[in-house]
Design a protein around this ligand. Structure first.
Ligand code: CAO
Length: 455
């Protein structure tokens, strides 16, 4: 079969315009007037159509190449049908057609500050069909109006999905919107809608009806416009924990009760224990005391040692305590099994071992399962209060911030006391505010006088 060169037709004032998209692949059967590449000048972009049909044997252009009228786009193997459909030539080379025969696609964008649209052919001769310019309705035609920066094929793609291009953030050069940007926009919009649908579904299980979660699309910002930026993909842990945190935050009606524990004596005891066991390399951490106190509080208030399962509350007869561990790759929650059967030194040792495994990325899934209640201790870092997010299907989590010396009135005078802030987030569907306040007050009482733990 004869081979022919596919040339760039007359594209008006465009010379040396860069290829920003290649729309066809070798082996593909090209129809006359099918878009082959998108080119872009300073002011606009356009798709260049094939002047001839046939099987694409070889592409002669790649991204970034500069094209002008007559540049070779590809080599086609002519076929009878396509030859008939195109203006036949006896030569191996197809002469550039007249603009009316195969006009370059209209330019559907404005970039920079010049509010002009530079059509490659008068609209009256623009070919109909799917490749015709998908002109997204522009805002009122003022000098400040901007059409989104995207090639016609991306516009068509966005239009076929009903995506408003002006809401999509372009990640290409000069903020150009690519097909991937449109896909990312759709993905995000669907995820946001699903979160709302999940919340609505949860409401439906309880017979409630309501408007669901209807939120605005995520802001699409051209950050580079304001200064240099770096992009880092989220770690695997961050993606997983982020999705879990998002679900828990959206689906659980959180309330956080804040209280304070006077740990002056406990801290003196802990320091003393550490001195006594220094040679043995044993460290008694505050976290271990918090785990012990939490187990006792869970025993006293069983509704905290529970999970919601549909319309049932599952009350657990075991006491597995998770604790948030900060690792270079993100947050993980190892679980200490049967914490009720372990002493403070065992709890300290096991939590230190699990925290190390977490930081080294060596925790097994089993070591993060089966939790009943979680503790998030930021005390080694700082803070006064915070709102920890419940680790579903648990129904509460204890957040602990940094203890501080405070002047506390003892009935006769102000005395310096070491005060530990306790932030208890609870699922209000399961736990009432008064019960949560009692739980937190009981914890504070235990930590204030740990002899009570023996009772
Ligand atoms: N107030 C004051 N000091 C505290 C304290 C508190 N509440 N808690 C711990 N400290 C001190 C410790 O005494 C220790 O000091 P010394 O070395 O002098 O004894 C120092 O802070 C460091 O403690 P640590 O944080 O290493 O150890 P830990 O047992 O207290 O905590 C762990 C271990 C795993 C909980 C911690 O390393 C961690 O990862 N914390 C972050 C948890 C997190 O990211 N939470 C947020 C999750 S979002 O809800």
């Amino acid at each position: 079969m004869p081979q022919i060169e596919l040339l760039v037709p007359d594209i008006g004032d465009f010379h040396d315009v860069a290829v920003i998209e290649v729309l066809v692949k070798p082996g593909e059967t090209i129809k006359p007037e099918q878009s082959v590449v998108t080119v872009e000048s300073d002011k606009a972009s356009m798709e260049i159509p094939a002047t001839q049909g046939g099987v694409l044997k070889e592409l002669k252009v790649k991204l970034g190449d500069k094209l002008s009228k007559g540049s070779v786009l590809a080599v086609l193997e002519d076929s009878a049908g396509s030859a008939a459909a195109s203006a036949p030539t006896s030569a191996a080379q197809v002469a550039p057609p007249s603009p009316s025969a195969a006009p370059a696609r209209d330019v559907a964008q404005v970039t920079g500050s010049t509010p002009t649209i530079q059509p490659a052919a008068p609209p009256t001769v623009a070919p109909p069909g799917p490749a015709a310019v998908a002109t997204v309705p522009a805002p009122a035609a003022t000098g400040a109006a901007r059409l989104p920066h995207a090639s016609p094929s991306v516009r068509q793609f966005a239009r076929s999905l009903g995506v408003p291009l002006h809401e999509v953030r372009g990640t290409g050069p000069k903020g150009r919107i690519s097909q991937q940007d449109v896909q990312a926009f759709v993905k995000h919009t669907v995820a946001t809608r699903d979160a709302g649908a999940s919340a609505s579904a949860a409401a439906a299980t309880t017979g409630a009806t309501g408007p669901g979660l209807s939120v605005l699309p995520w802001p699409q910002i051209d950050f580079e416009k304001f200064g240099p930026v770096q992009r880092q993909p989220l770690s695997r842990i961050k993606k997983i924990s982020g999705a879990n945190l998002h679900r828990n935050w959206v689906m659980i009606p959180h309330v956080t009760n804040h209280d304070e524990a006077d740990i002056t004596e406990l801290e003196a005891f802990r320091v003393q224990l550490n001195q006594e066991h220094e040679k043995a390399g044993l460290k008694f951490t505050l976290l271990a005391f918090l785990i012990k106190a939490s187990v006792l509080a869970l025993k006293k208030f069983p509704v905290f040692n529970a999970a919601l399962d549909g319309d049932d509350l599952v009350l657990k007869g075991y006491f597995n305590i998770g604790f948030a561990a900060d690792t270079p790759n993100g947050l993980v929650v190892p679980v200490i099994r049967e914490a009720d059967r372990k002493g403070i030194s065992d709890l300290a040792q096991e939590s230190a071992e699990l925290a190390k495994l977490a930081r080294d990325g060596k925790l097994t899934p089993a070591q993060m399962q089966g939790g009943c209640f979680s503790i998030s201790s930021l005390g080694g870092i700082g803070g006064t209060t915070f709102t920890p997010i419940i680790n579903a299907p648990e129904v509460a989590i204890l957040g602990v911030c940094r203890s501080a010396l405070k002047p506390i009135w003892n009935g006769q005078a102000f005395a310096p006391r070491l005060v530990l802030p306790l932030s208890l987030s609870y699922d209000h569907r399961v736990i009432d505010g008064a019960t949560a306040a009692r739980f937190n007050a009981y914890l504070a009482q235990l930590l204030g006088d740990f002899r009570r733990a023996c009772l």
